[in-house]
Design a protein. Structure first.
Length: 228
């Protein structure tokens, strides 16, 4: 079926590592591997908490993958597991086995430095247990706003320079801070990325006194400067 409507105005974005569109794009010759890799990245970005993992059960029952790799439900599981193995062998995904709610489960995550450290810590536990505060690997996935969709919904259209700044902020600050910083900017009627960025910087430097939007005193003219 054709994608006739195109992307909507406030379409949401999912950050994807650049090598996937460069060297890896030329190397990956299996459509299933590419689909599974992209779907895992998408699911990870819908999760809460850190570190974020996706369970094998969650991936093999994912309706998008089952439908797009369909030769019957049982065959789709075989194809998905085969595609995941190729992604792990290639080095784009990492895998480990953990005990979650008394049951051993295989989990997957992206092969980046923070997740390599997380998986290394998991592998060193006796027995393997998900860290306290990590995401629920068996729960349903619901789409969550990311920094790109927050920007477009609250400030305006993305451009390459802003996109780079957003990616850097997403790597440096907790997701809850980013969401709350946008909320505070909107509540102060300052729809400007410099203002949001400054809120995040101040929280990093001065700390936050509660779980909601920051309550730091504003300097005279501070809000007005960022309205320009």
């Amino acid at each position: 079926m054709a994608f006739k409507g195109g992307f909507p105005r406030n379409v949401k974005y999912t950050p994807v590592p650049n090598p996937l569109f460069d060297t890896l794009l030329g190397q990956i010759d299996d459509l299933g591997e590419m689909k599974c890799t992209l779907r895992v990245i998408w699911i990870l970005h819908q999760k809460k908490g850190h570190p974020r993992f996706v369970s094998a059960r969650e991936i093999t029952s994912d309706p998008i993958l089952v439908q797009s790799l369909c030769n019957g439900p049982s065959n789709s599981i075989v194809q998905i597991n085969s595609a995941l193995k190729k992604a792990v062998d290639r080095g784009t995904l990492l895998t480990s086995t953990v005990v979650h709610e008394g049951e051993a489960q295989k989990i997957y995550t992206l092969n980046t430095l923070p997740y390599r450290k997380a998986v290394s810590e998991l592998d060193g536990l006796e027995p393997n247990q998900l860290p306290v505060g990590s995401n629920d690997i068996s729960g349903p996935v619901t789409e969550r706003p990311n920094i790109f969709s927050l920007y477009e919904s609250n400030i305006g259209t993305l451009n390459p320079m802003i996109a780079e700044q957003l990616k850097e902020a997403e790597e440096n600050y907790p997701e809850e801070w980013i969401v709350d910083a946008f909320k505070e900017a909107v509540s102060n009627n300052v729809r400007n990325w410099r203002y949001v960025s400054r809120i995040l910087e101040r929280w990093e430097q001065d700390g936050r006194t509660d779980g909601g939007p920051g309550r730091h005193p504003e300097k005279a003219g501070y809000q007005e400067y960022f309205r320009r």
